[in-house]
Design a protein around this ligand. Sequence first.
Ligand code: GLN
Length: 501
Amino acid sequence: KQPHQRELFGQPIGLYILFLTEMWERFSYYGMRALLVLYMTTATIGDERGAGLGWTNSEALALYGWYTMLVYVMSIPGGMIADKLIGQKKAVLLGAIILCIGHGVLVLTDIWAFYTGLGLVILGVGLLKPNISTMVGGLYKEGDIRRDKGFSIFYIGINLGSLLATMIVGLVVKEWGWHAGFGLAGIVMLLGLINYIYGQKYLAQVGNFVPAKKDDPNEISYGKLYAKLFKSPTQLIFALILLAASIWGWYTLEWGYGLLFIFLTAVVVLLMMIYKELDSQVFKDRFMVLLLSFIMVIVFWGAFEQAGGLMNLYTETNTDRMLFGWEIPTVMFQSLNAGFIIIFATVVASFWAKRKLKGKEASSLFKMALGIIIMGFGFLFMVFAAMEFENSGASSMIWLVLAYLFHTIGELCLSPVALSFITKLTPVKYASLMMGVYFAATGLGSKVAGIVGEAASDFGEYTIFLGILIFTVIVGTLFILILKPLKRLTHGAEDNERMMH
Ligand code: GLN
């Protein structure tokens, strides 16, 4: 047997190496994410956890929004670097090393160290996150039925990391201060790195760099793709309009938005040119379906990511957190999502598997649309919470538990499925890039979530939660209505999965 085909519990051993690497990476990411806003808003003197930065809430939330967005948007260059220069396996290695350094720098208390550390974490995650996910896909041959299950297992690793972090990091900070918390993230990332290096022998067949042969039709040349724009007047005009709009955005909004729009223009133009390049209608149609499914991804994360923002603040200020005479710390509510994932990931996966055995196989698109609707219904409980708060001045925490439960079931229908779907629908040569575009879409969702969350100060939580509920249910339902034609456009990408060893 080839090395990567050695199995444990019916899955390639390489999956568990990637599982552990991602688990420690997510520990460091979520541990740090849980501290970030608190650290920024803590006063510079007089706090037992050590000096914070003394920023206002809105300053902190603004930086936090940009940070969580950039972390995922950098997946696009991260994916490209893997494709063009070093392969996914080395990109993950490099990302892990940069992350160790980034978290290490955050141990220092200077403000330059804060920005440098964040910058390095953005680069590190950008290199690691999309490429490790593509490598999971690469463990399976086309049509291998174990792929979806593999992604579900991988997703448990992600959330195990997040769960451990949200339980432990807060305690460490309470005991030893902010920078010990940042340092812990660094140590844990080092564990991830060591595990990854040790596990290389199980990853021999996956994520390797295949250097471009001259004029290889399977090779993407980004330069050539952009150059072709100048041969096609309609597309050039479209690209110029986008660019002009971006520059207008630069001058009328913050400069950060201007940069973001220009970056998005570059991505949209690239996707347009890739579409033109695809050599068969089948691939073109699949590409279109994938891009349409990214609309669901943006809407989903735009609502879901309220968790770290508006719902977090709501937990802090509007929720009665007393349980048997003990006040549950706000941060602990952030572990509900990860905890529920771990409990329900296999339940949801086997639910779909059982339906498949009965011949009632659900398509990825259906699961994603259903995921949005279920997640959206989670906001019904937040609407109830807001009503209770308005009537009695505090809302019960049961609403939060129910909301996070629905959010999690929705996430399980959408997120691991989407990862797997990308690796099924994209020709191999574009796989890493599209994984990057997917994560960038989740990053845009995070930014949308921040903007929607901020609007709560004008409209009130009740209206915002109700608005999210209605909007997400409508979007999910629309996708279910157009499911048939969409599925037709996938040209049976999911029809012939079978056991392959
Ligand atoms: N919670 C998941 C993770 O950290 C998904 C995040 C995302 O796709 N934006 O991997």
